[in-house]
Design a protein around this ligand. Structure first.
Ligand code: AMP
Ligand code: ZN
Length: 114
């Protein structure tokens, strides 16, 4: 069965810099970073997007945010501020269809986003 890129990373079938792992989530350095710190926090379970996870995965969604905040603290972007992004679906700009939270910091972000 063909797996998505994040499932392949988790299975060590595709190389990536895994920076955190626990029972339910893992985090990698984004391969095409858009800021000095750019990590992705990803559930181990293949959930396509937030819309697939929202109804019955509140615990997992909370944990994704808690891990994102912990990594932001460890990467020392907490005091200056940082941005979490969950692109969802085509108009949301999602390109990898396995739920993930972008943790971005180290530069100024603008609003509204492009
Ligand atoms: P999104 O557009 O929100 O779906 O974000 C997908 C992100 O995954 C992009 O920022 C990509 O740079 C990143 N990405 C794609 N392939 C890899 C990979 N093999 N390792 C790490 N990050 C990746
Ligand atoms: Zn997957």
């Amino acid at each position: 069965m063909e797996r998505c890129i994040f499932c392949r990373i988790l299975a060590r079938q595709t190389p990536a810099k895994i920076v955190f792992e626990d029972d339910s989530v893992f985090a990698v350095e984004d391969i095409n970073p858009q800021s000095p710190v750019h990590l992705l926090v990803i559930p181990r379970e293949h959930l396509v997007s937030l819309k697939d996870a929202a109804a019955d995965r509140e615990g997992l969604l909370g944990h994704l945010l808690a891990v994102a905040a912990k990594l932001a603290r460890e990467r020392r972007i907490e005091s200056d501020g940082y941005r979490l992004v969950i692109n969802t679906g085509a108009l949301g700009g999602q390109s990898v269809f396995h739920l993930h939270v972008h943790v971005m910091g180290g530069r100024m972000f603008h609003w509204p986003p492009g």
